[in-house]
Write a protein that binds this ligand. Structure first.
Ligand SMILES: *[C@@H]1O[C@H](CO)[C@@H](O)[C@H](O)[C@H]1NC(C)=O
Ligand SMILES: *[C@@H]1O[C@H](CO)[C@@H](O)[C@H](O)[C@H]1NC(C)=O
Length: 572
């Protein structure tokens, strides 16, 4: 079997490493190319708060209550860590990974709760304010949390759960007076008393549960740091950056990409309490310092911003102003967590002049693949591996392509074939909490995490076809990617949102079903859709069934739960 080196992936100018070319046997590949020393070197690991002392009075977070410097966040977190140790009668000041569940608004109190959990050696378990009590209880119980932290105004939500489960619950002061925590006896400098950060559990993030009950994904301080460092270098983060944060803080996208990355480099994060299209536009366009330079969101947010734009920014003068401000002041706009529809990408470019940077990640692996910061971003593709990440595609137990940040090998003749995407590297999670069997099943023997996503490699980049379980539709002998069908359908002028599912069918095995949301006042029949689709799509991918919904049921991260949709419309 031969691997052919097809692409030297030249990234930012400072990481030019020569790629060997030529033809290798599998053994050579395994020995030489992919046991890259970059991936194996033990890095100095320390939590993000250890950097705060260097950044001192620089503004870390701006929220509804005002500005919070690195120094004040650090001091407040340290005081809270003291309260936590006291509440748990932990004299050593090292909770050794005990879980601390916290429920906070999108403001500085979130960071204080997270850092405090880390400073006393605990593991942070972020809860989400929009989860119903039963979901909160599930996560608190499943994680076996020892203590709850309630930011304002979530004391009332957590107190009954704390009583029911017999757990201590600490209430944080209002974010405007977080400093009042400093009355407590502060513990010693955490970076001096605690060590072995690398292997220390840092965070349990619960998967969104689109397949089965949510699982706690355990990241250590070293896997978190690997995620942060990969993004910091590849996306060119610096302390001059200012990011506008509008995402929920119980997923990697909101926690790592948008909060830990800026705090790692000493940048400033402006946090809005919630997503609100009007407020986001105001802040993006504001000349008030600090001026926003980075924005990241999920596709539904970009859609909503476009809707707001179409309704309110109708004069050419305003439109020119918007394009000019976005072009001059903003250096990076990223989309992720769900597939980005092409019309959204195109319209966003017209409005702001920015080609959204698409990337691929998962709770278990952080970010794995990304389009380049500089250089061509290919619409619909997710680029190549981030530093420290290896990926491969496995088809019928054969690895058909493998890549690192620097190079790629494909088996000759098999480029463009689909298979399961697998990921390995320093940012991959340690385990599912209390689920040894699911952990074991999710890795191959040689340590690749099986993402459960189907992907292909072509034209020098990776393409995600969707979840193997729900997005790969097997119909009449074809394997159809639901995401590709969606990409076509969303270009229909009357369709504003679409989810494609595969329903069981006696004749075809599965049939392609389009669940669509239409423009206000429009109607669409299946024959009309089919007539339109024949002009645009391969015949076997054309939907056989059409379901029109008023609102597409997307979650906060812009994802549709396709198993629920199937269950709703095709109860078996
Ligand atoms: C934080 O604590 C340090 C040491 O006690 C002190 O020098 C510094 O002024 C404090 N920072 C703030 C913002 O209160
Ligand atoms: C993979 O395996 C399946 C089932 O054994 C077979 O039908 C298919 O042709 C194989 N694909 C390739 C490219 O070998």
């Amino acid at each position: 079997m031969l691997y052919v080196s097809v692409a030297a992936v030249w990234r930012s100018s400072h990481s030019c490493v020569h790629c060997r070319s030529g033809i290798w046997s599998l053994g050579d590949v395994a020995r030489r190319a992919f046991t890259s020393s970059v991936l194996r070197t033990r890095q100095e690991v320390s939590p993000v708060f250890s950097k705060a002392l260097d950044y001192g009075e620089k503004v870390a977070i701006i929220d509804h209550s005002g500005e919070h410097s690195y120094s004040s966040l650090y001091n407040t977190s340290r005081s809270l860590a003291g309260h936590i140790s006291q509440a748990l009668a932990c004299e050593s000041g090292d909770l050794q990974g005990k879980r601390i569940s916290f429920l906070c608004a999108n403001d500085a109190s979130y960071t204080v709760a997270q850092w405090a959990a880390w400073m006393c050696g605990g593991m942070a378990v972020p809860l989400y304010r929009k989860h119903p009590p039963a979901e909160l209880e599930y996560i608190i119980s499943d994680s076996q949390s020892s203590l709850l932290l309630a930011g304002q105004p979530y004391g009332e939500a957590l107190e009954p759960l704390a009583q029911k489960l017999g757990l201590p619950c600490l209430h944080l002061p209002p974010t405007s007076s977080l400093d009042s925590l400093q009355a407590a006896e502060p513990p010693a400098q955490p970076t001096k008393t605690l060590s072995d950060w690398a292997e220390r559990p840092a965070m349990l993030v619960y998967t969104s549960g689109t397949t089965g009950r949510p699982k706690g994904v355990l990241h250590t301080h070293s896997t978190l740091q690997a995620m942060v460092q990969g993004l910091v270098s590849e996306w060119g983060w610096s302390r001059d950056d200012v990011i506008l944060h509008t995402l929920p803080l119980h997923h990697v996208h909101g926690i790592v990409n948008k909060l830990l990355c800026p705090l790692w480099v000493g940048a400033t994060c402006i946090m809005l309490p919630d997503f609100d299209a009007k407020k986001v536009w105001e802040r993006l366009l504001s000349s008030k310092t600090p001026v926003v330079s980075v924005f990241m969101a999920v596709p539904t947010i970009y859609s909503k911003l476009i809707q707001h734009y179409e309704q309110h920014f109708t004069t050419p003068r305003v439109q020119d102003f918007i394009r000019a401000v976005c072009k001059e002041k903003i250096r990076l706009m990223v989309s992720g967590s769900a597939a980005l529809p092409q019309p959204v990408l195109r319209r966003w470019k017209e409005i702001t002049s920015h080609v959204l940077l698409e990337r691929y990640g998962m709770t278990e692996i952080g970010m794995a693949l990304s389009n380049p910061l500089n250089g061509p971003r290919i619409p619909g593709a997710v680029g190549t591996p981030l530093p420290g990440v290896e990926v491969c595609i496995v088809m019928n137990d054969t690895t058909i392509v493998r890549s690192t940040n620097k190079e790629t090998q494909v088996i000759a003749g098999l480029e463009g074939r689909a298979g399961e995407l697998m990921v390995r590297g320093s940012s991959v999670f340690q385990k599912y909490w209390n689920r040894p069997q699911e952990t074991a099943e999710s890795f191959t023997e040689d340590g690749w995490f099986k993402t459960g996503d189907t992907a292909t490699y072509k034209d020098g980049v990776y393409w995600i076809m969707g979840r193997t379980s729900v997005d790969i539709i097997k119909s009449g002998g074809y394997k159809i990617s639901a995401l590709e069908v969606e990409r076509h359908l969303v270009a229909h002028p009357d369709i504003t949102d679409v989810a494609v599912i595969g329903a069981r069918d006696a004749t075809w095995g599965q049939k392609v079903v389009a669940v669509v949301q239409l423009q206000k006042g429009k109607t669409l029949t299946l024959p009309e859709l089919k007539a339109w689709a024949r002009e645009h799509m391969a015949p076997y991918t054309i939907p056989m069934d059409l379901i029109v919904v008023k609102d597409m049921p997307r979650n906060q991260m812009g994802k549709v739960n396709k198993k629920d949709l199937l269950h709703q419309f095709f109860p078996s």
